[in-house]
Design a protein around this ligand. Structure first.
Ligand SMILES: [Zn+2]
Length: 176
């Protein structure tokens, strides 16, 4: 079992707090990515999609996971369980520092998640306070903020999965 932390950043123009529509733990936000088999190295051809609100039972076990899948090449089973509560919105300040914002933790058995896909279902707010629904599936976003009388935009999206360690410190759990 390995924890993977998904982080992201983007260039924000007059926008801040970019995050899934109902926050980083939005139960219906769809996370899309590819899977690499830890056993044989095969990468799935098709993207896999998981959401917090959808779980399936793990065969021969009492547990559940957000995804149970078999590697097409070697037949090994793998599971992915999402671990909420560790995400944070991408602020304008973080964006300007090119810092990554944590989005979601995935507890993985048998598979490594790779190649995160930005989809629809995001929100951001302009520096004048206007909320925008944001679809990132085209790789960028551009609008005009009537209230702030300025263009707003998102470009240069980047996302990264990295192996994370679970740490308990002062009674709080973090993934770094
Ligand atoms: Zn395999």
């Amino acid at each position: 079992m390995v924890f993977y932390l998904l982080s992201f950043t983007a260039e924000l123009e007059n926008l801040t707090n970019l995050q899934p529509r109902d926050g980083c733990d939005d139960p219906n936000y769809v996370y899309g990515f590819k899977l690499k088999c830890e056993n044989c190295g095969e990468v799935t051809q098709k993207e896999t999609y998981v959401t917090l609100s959808e779980t399936v039972s793990i065969p021969n076990s009492k547990g559940t996971a957000n995804l149970v899948q078999k590697c097409k090449l070697c037949g090994r089973d793998g599971t992915i369980q999402m671990v909420p509560k560790y995400g944070e919105p991408l602020t304008l300040d973080a964006s300007q520092k090119e810092a990554l914002a944590k989005l979601m933790v995935f507890e993985c058995r048998g598979f490594e998640p790779i190649d995160f896909i930005f989809g629809d279902g995001w929100v951001a707010e302009s520096t004048s306070g206007t909320k925008f629904d944001v679809d990132l599936s085209g790789g960028e976003f551009a609008e005009y903020d009537e209230q702030g009388e300025c263009p707003v935009g998102i470009s240069n999206l980047q996302a990264k999965f990295k192996v994370a360690k679970k740490q308990e410190r002062y009674g709080r759990t973090t993934y770094v």
